[in-house]
Structure formats: C-alpha cells, structure tokens
Design a protein around this ligand. Structure first.
Ligand code: PMP
Ligand code: GLN
Length: 394
C-alpha cells in the first residue's frame, strides 16, 4: 500500500528537526542542546498534586473546554501579571499542549482560502497545519542579526483576505522579544486589514535582563482581536505533560473550541489539576527559572564566543542562536550533523525555520539545561575544535 493518495502536506513533509536531532543525539551519545526541553523536572508539589488527582480521580472525560479550577487559575494568572480579565467559563480553553492550541486556533480562525501571516523564522508546526486546512500562507521574513519586524513588511504581506497574523514572542528559535514599537505595528496593521492575531506566548515568563513582557492583547483595541496561547510545559519545566491553553474573547474562543472538540476533545484531568495547583501556588518556580536561564544564556554565549561562534542577542525563550561562519564554511545542517557525530553535541540548524531554507549560517543552542550539561557541552566543543585546528595545521 502506498501513500500516493495521502495528504501531500504531510506525505511530503520531513520528520520534524527536533525528532531528527534528538534521535541523532541518542545514537551518538551526544549532549542534547537541540530539542528545547529542560533536563530537570518542575516542582515535586505539582507532580504530587497530579499524582493525587490520578489516584483519587476524576479519571473520566473532563469537560471539553477543560476543568474549571484550571480555567480559573489561568484567568487569575492573566489578571495578576497583565491586568487582563478573562471569564473562565467562556474565555479560556484548555488544550493538549500549545501545539494543539495553535492547531485549534488555525483550524478555527483561518478557513480554506483564508490568509495567515507567519513571521519567519517560524516555529515548525504552524505552516503545515495552515496548509492542511487549505489556508494561504504568506510570510514576513526577518533578517539577522537584529531580526526587526517593521510595519512596512507587515503591510506588504497582508490583504483584505487576511484572517490571522501569527506572532510568537519571545520567538523560538531566535529569542527575540518584540518591543512596543513592533507590537504597535502589528496592532495597527491587524486593525486596518481586519485580521485577528494568534499570539504564541508560550515563553511569556522567560524574558531576560529585567525587561517587561507585554502581551499584544493588552494594547489598545487588541483585547477583542487576539487569542493568547500558553503552555504549562514551559512555565513549569514539565514539557511532557502537554497542557496548553487559549484565552481570548468568547466569540473567538468559541470557534477555537469547536476545532478542539474534534481534535482531542479534552486532555488529562490529573495533569490539568496539577497545573491548576502550579499556577495558584508555584509561580515562584517560574520566576526563579528565568534567572537561572539568564545565567545559562550568559555562560553559553561567553563559552561559544571563545570558540569562534558569533552569538546573536537573546532576549528571552530557551534559545541562543549563533553565526557559524567563524568556525565552518558548511551549511548549518551539515555542520549540525557533523557536530552531533564527531563532537557529541546536538544543536538545531536555523534554516529549517525558513520556507526558503536561508539563512543557513546560524544554529540554535538550547540552554534550558543544567549548568553541568552546559559546561560539559562547552568542554566537548572546545576539545573538538582544538583537535580540528591541529588536524588542519592551525
Ligand atoms: N510554540 C512554540 C514557539 C514552542 O517553542 C513550542 C514548544 N517548544 C510550542 C509552541 C508547543 O508547546 P507545547 O509543548 O505546549 O505543545
Ligand atoms: N518546541 C521545542 C523546541 O523548539 C520542541 C518541541 C517538539 O519537539 N515538538 O525545541
């Protein structure tokens, strides 16, 4: 049986780079600075709350939109950090991770033939899902090293048919946090063309150097035009739990919920209750994680700069990007494949986040790892590049 009549969006899609690099890391015994997951689990108290719920129940289908204690906790979190008011009954939806939240948003808010604007580099799940629903994908491509988003570039991409603009800030893979001016431009253009904005804000708390994080939804006129996507995995270092959410005006959340009801319908009740506990009681963990990650970023940036990489600015997220032209003239993909095999360190090539496959001279390091792992990775890279210099008679 062949898959010749299967959906070409998926039959012709390669396996995601995160799976590819993690498999290579395992095969070669490499340290995994590729796929973005922390190597220490989040607080025990959260896991205990979920374990208790698993033993005591409920263990049958929760309501499709999620258990009310978690929806209330998400509303309270938005009030506490951003002074945003959500009605937990009608304006919050729980999903199986932010991946499902984004898929439900795209399925619900962008129809066949409708346009969606993606900002590249773009997280790799957005485009295939948009294409699978028959949407027309238009891109705004940012340029290194500053990756600035301009009103002109946005305006050139949108039209009267634009259903949604998808904004990810802090941005995976480049660690940019869009500033007020850039977000104002998004707000202005979205209002002018009548689009909604899907705000992928999964790294909302992982913003460094004391910078504030301002959801686009808090900007004038944007409360009714945005849906915000969050992920407990990133907030509480529990990426395997896949608890995500969508919050926004009832009219938009209603439609997104209808897509969600046939994608997954609902998600594990025990894990939902664990995260309700986490949002109510364990935010200190998240605020402290930000400080640890900032120190990790600095350690890594300094270490790789000494080896000849040129680190780019990282304002938030789990990720630091670096220019590799000082250490190789290979493409990012070839370089990452060699490095995982020969140096025992897995990274992610940046070109996979661009439809056009360029730029291909940048790589992404995940620094959501323990200091020991980062130090070991730097030591491995140092040893490898020194040996390489000797091999080439340097
Ligand atoms: N959006 C971005 C920008 C991400 O980096 C990720 C995961 N790393 C997701 C969405 C998906 O999050 P989740 O694991 O909660 O599905
Ligand atoms: N978002 C994670 C990353 O960027 C990976 C998540 C996944 O593998 N689906 O590394």
């Amino acid at each position: 049986m062949t898959a010749s009549r299967a959906n070409p969006v998926f039959s012709q899609l390669p396996t995601t780079i995160f799976t590819v690099m993690s498999a290579l890391a395992t095969e070669h015994g490499a340290l995994n600075l590729g796929q973005g997951f922390p190597d220490a689990d989040g607080p025990l108290a959260i896991r205990e709350a979920a374990a208790k719920a698993l033993l005591e129940g409920p263990n049958q289908y929760p309501p499709s939109r999620g258990l009310l204690p978690l929806r209330k906790a998400i509303a309270a979190h938005a009030k506490r950090f951003y002074a945003l008011d959500f009605d937990p009954e009608h304006e919050v939806l729980i999903t199986s991770g932010a991946t499902e939240a984004l898929t439900s948003c795209i399925m619900g808010l962008v129809g066949k033939g409708g346009e969606i604007i993606l900002i590249e580099p773009a997280y790799d799940s957005y485009r295939p899902i948009a294409e699978a629903v028959g949407a027309v994908v238009k891109t705004v491509v940012l340029s290194p090293p500053h990756w600035r988003l301009t009103e002109d570039a946005l305006r050139a991409a949108v039209s009267g048919q634009t259903s949604a603009i998808l904004i990810n800030t802090p941005l995976n893979p480049i660690g940019r946090v869009f500033d007020r001016g850039e977000l104002e431009a998004v707000a202005k253009v979205a209002k002018e063309c009548g689009a909604v904005v899907i705000c992928d804000e999964v790294y909302e708390h992982l913003v460094f150097d004391g910078k504030p994080f301002e959801p686009l939804m808090t900007f004038p006129g944007m409360r009714e035009r945005c849906v915000r996507v969050g992920s407990a995995g990133k907030m509480f270092s529990l990426t395997g739990w896949k608890i995500g959410w969508v919050s926004g005006p009832a009219a938009l959340v209603d439609v997104v919920s209808k897509a969600h009801q046939f994608l997954t319908f609902t998600t594990s009740p025990a894990l939902q209750l664990g995260i309700a506990h986490a949002l109510d009681k364990e935010m200190d963990f998240t605020l402290n994680l930000t400080k640890e990650l900032q120190a990790n970023r600095d350690l890594l940036a300094e270490g790789i700069a000494k080896l000849g990489f040129k680190p780019l600015t990282c304002e938030g997220s789990y990720f630091l990007t670096a220019d590799i032209t000082g250490v190789t003239n290979e493409s990012d993909i070839d370089f990452c494949k060699r490095l995982v095999r020969e140096a025992g360190v897995a990274l992610i090539p940046l070109s996979v986040f661009f439809e056009g496959g360029k730029p291909d001279h940048l790589v992404r390091f995940a620094f959501c790892k323990s200091r020991t792992v980062l130090e070991d990775a730097l030591a491995r890279l140092q040893k490898y590049f020194h040996a390489e210099t000797r091999r080439h008679g340097g």
